[in-house]
Design a protein. Sequence first.
Length: 286
Amino acid sequence: MRHRHMTLVAALIAFILSMAAVLALVLGRKWLWFGAGTAAIILVTHITLHWIAVALGGAALAGYGFSWLHGQPAEDKTAAPHTTGIVIHWAWRYDLLLWVISLGRERAFRQKEIDLAGIVEGQSVLDVGCGTGTLAIEAKRRVGPSGKVYGIDASPEMIARAKKKAGKAGLDLTFDTAAIEAIPFPDGTFDVVLSTVMLHHLPDEARHRGIREIRRVLKPGGRLFAVDFGGVESEKHSRIARHSNHAHFDIHQVIPELNEAGLGSVTTGKVGFRDLWFVSSTAPTG
């Protein structure tokens, strides 16, 4: 953050100097302080400083913009549950970021997730790390009135926005503030548990605990369907997948953890969107 502040200050200084050059040029012509040669020098200086201001200002704006879209932790975290994972608090900005990344096709991507997860009418579904609720809302449309959908997220801001979006859509589903390390539901509650681009936010121990919690709340024969960044770093193509928080994570590395938690029948595949892969695994029936 400090380097962005310094860049912004540099841009402001360059802009002030540029405006000073313009003022000197205008007043100098009016009061004949100098000849044509000096005026040309000042004009060149103005143009140079102007473009320096534009370049530095653009860099500062881009840096602030990325931070603004990706989100930073809020100052007041009193309502947030304890978690060692990364929590994003700027909910509506996150929606904007997803809209930009998906080129306005986020809903189509969510519907494809529902298809790949095999969700059908009447099932009970939990979306862990549900964010602003877009996937949970699509899941509710799929399971219909006889099905139940719940979403949990460690960010109170995300949950507040998810509730607002569900209300606007006129759908009956439940969102609660909770962390994956302590899922607030009884054993064997859900037919399907969903997780989208969330596991990479968790340290190893939190991820292990979270997978065990998912196994606990799945019904016999229930499924975990998780989507996240996959493949080795050198094979990732999208810029977001090569981001420092994503580049070293491969969802395939969680397969042994799923097996240790008692989840089997693992299948994997590409989602068809950037560098995202899915892993699906099933709880034993007996």
